[in-house]
Design a protein around this ligand. Structure first.
Ligand SMILES: [Zn+2]
Length: 467
């Protein structure tokens, strides 16, 4: 929760965070009547200009506690790293007094994203709150707008953390349907619609579960003269692998759902923004369950595109649900670009680690936007190889395409190669593998705690706004 405060005189019994870079900044704290020893010490540090960052934890009669963040850095990655580490240990309610306009949004990002805790299932909640003191009223709308973005990043994190028992394909489709969008139309296809439209791949993956699959299409067509981008995301609410059952990491298999949550949050973020593009987003929702009804390895299934797919492995199901989603929007809308995003591959971890998402395929101009965004921000991307050779290698000896190919080893690229078969009208194609960046399994970094990050909402929405 965020509260904007315009008068420092009303601050009593607060945990205050003050950000300081130069001597003059201290004037903003004059209402606290700081001890002269403290001010002298701060003056000396500023004069020395040796320390890049330090914190002081002080007590004061008016404020319950006061943390002074001393830093000579301006907005950059090093500063954000430092602030995130310091802020994550602060109490649940804090009041920030920024020293300049430049730092306000950085401090807001850190206080909301680095302090985030998933509390939905806790009976006792910490209720993280941030109060921000501003001296210029004009900044209010800028702060509110950024806070909306942060709320959408948090929404993606919350959806990801919610277990499959509460977030079935139907429940998620209902959340999307019930969300108030200003400029976005929602279509939800039930399992019956999926069968009627002959989307046999998504049907096959989801038919073994009592929670039947859904496909949700979000249309944001603002001007037919503008280019249109199609985006496809998957949400496997729980992935057992079925007959190719998971032998490890079963506990983590709700992981497969965060990506549709990210697209939904991104669409929410874009809904009231002025964009130079139209967007058609498709969420493919299913549960890959253990059941006698499920599809089998060696089944051959006809996709919505008409191409047949040989099921080599029932645990390679995410690509199947997305294949029907790609062909659906490619066939039914006039698209200029298609972008696919998902928790693609285990092997992306070995190529990228936890800090970079993989980006690939043939839309160089669009990919470069992601790469230059990466240079300044914490949502970072790097390229993996692509050419027609990999697509050729997805072809099957007994059907049109195999859902898993062995021997090539470029696992993340092969996943994209499989999906590329379902781009039906030669649209430019970009493929993002955010398997490990959206669930940070190692240590906190940047604005991300360990665990769910909401990766993608910030970068994708800001890149789409800049087209
Ligand atoms: Zn799987």
């Amino acid at each position: 929760m965020l509260k904007i405060i315009e008068k420092t005189t009303s601050l009593k019994s607060e945990h205050l965070i003050f950000f300081i870079q130069k001597k003059k900044d201290l004037e903003k704290l004059s209402f606290l009547k700081l001890d002269t020893k403290i001010t002298k010490k701060i003056h000396k540090l500023i004069a020395d200009k040796k320390s890049s960052s330090q914190t002081f934890f002080l007590w004061n009669t008016k404020a319950e506690s006061l943390t002074i963040v001393f830093s000579l850095e301006n907005h950059n990655r090093k500063l954000i790293e430092f602030l995130s580490q310091s802020f994550s240990a602060l109490p649940s309610e804090i009041t920030i007094i920024p020293n300049s306009e430049k730092n306000i949004l950085t401090l807001l990002d850190v206080s909301v994203l680095a302090r985030y805790k998933f509390e939905k299932y806790k009976t006792k909640k910490k209720n993280i709150k941030t109060k921000m003191v501003i001296s210029d009223k004009k900044l209010k709308s800028e702060i509110k707008s950024r806070y909306k973005t942060l709320e959408n990043i948090i929404l993606a994190r919350e959806l990801w953390e919610t277990p499959a028992c509460d977030l079935t394909p139907e429940a998620f489709a209902n959340i999307v349907k019930q969300t108030k969008f200003k400029n976005t139309k929602i279509k939800v296809f039930s399992d019956k619609d999926i069968i009627k439209k002959k989307m046999w791949l998504i049907h096959a993956v989801g038919k073994g579960s009592i929670n039947k699959p859904r496909m949700v299409v979000l249309e944001r067509i603002v001007d037919k003269k503008l280019p249109t981008i199609g985006i496809v995301w998957k949400w496997i609410v729980f992935d057992t692998g079925w007959l190719d059952i998971k032998t490890k990491m079963m506990y983590e298999m709700k992981d497969d759902m965060c990506w549709a949550g990210t697209l939904f949050a991104t669409m929410k973020e874009l809904d009231d923004k002025k964009l130079g593009v139209n967007i058609v987003a498709c969420l493919c929702l299913a549960e890959n369950s253990v059941s006698g009804e499920s599809y089998r390895p060696s089944d051959i299934i006809t996709s919505y595109s008409g191409q047949t797919v040989n099921i080599v492995n029932t645990d390679a199901e995410g690509r199947l649900v997305m294949a029907d989603g790609i062909s659906y929007i490619s066939k039914n809308y006039k698209l200029d670009k298609i972008m696919t995003i998902a928790t693609l591959t285990w092997v992306a971890l070995f190529a990228m680690g936890y800090r970079y998402a993989a980006i690939m395929w043939n839309d160089k101009k669009f990919m470069n936007k992601f790469l230059s965004y990466s240079e300044q921000n914490f949502e970072m991307y790097n390229r993996l190889p692509f050419d027609e050779y990999y697509v050729e290698k997805t072809k099957s000896s007994i059907a049109d395409i195999d859902n898993l190919t062995s021997g090539i080893y470029a696992g993340s690229t092969m996943w994209g190669a499989f999906l590329y078969n379902f781009v039906m009208n030669g649209e430019k194609y970009t493929h993002l593998d955010i398997a490990w960046v959206a669930n940070n399994g190692y240590e906190p970094y940047g604005l991300y705690p360990k665990g769910t990050t909401g990766f993608g909402v910030d970068s994708i929405s800001s890149i789409l706004q800049s087209i």
